[in-house]
Design a binder for this molecule. Sequence first.
Ligand code: 5GP
Ligand code: ZN
Length: 113
Amino acid sequence: MDCIFCKIARGEIPAKKVWEDENVVAFHDLEPHAPVHLLVIPRRHVVNVGGAEATDVELLGQVVLGCRQAAEAAGVAESGFRVVFNTNQDAGQTVPHLHAHVLGGRALTWPPG
Ligand code: 5GP
Ligand code: ZN
């Protein structure tokens, strides 16, 4: 499958990784919107939260715990961080491989745009 995040997970495209294990990879976003802007992806291809099934519960938990690991690795676990799963066009999802944005390193505004 010609999926950019599958290729990053397999190491076929370079990325600035901050943390990984056998199920999840966390790396810096190419176009950061905060001092810390990481992407946390499962190695297995799932399109987004809307495409997740009951059989993906373990994978979803691994991604969320991966967000904590990534936030710790980037030094924002204490100061705070936001986790965002953009899903489909109204949310602005551009890469159809499930990913969590981990944003931090500054005071984030609420609500998001
Ligand atoms: P989305 O808009 O789908 O929620 O988020 C996709 C994110 O992936 C965007 O923030 C974009 O900057 C990032 N991105 C797209 N292609 C690449 C890439 O090849 N490498 C990295 N590190 N980030 C990417
Ligand atoms: Zn993929």
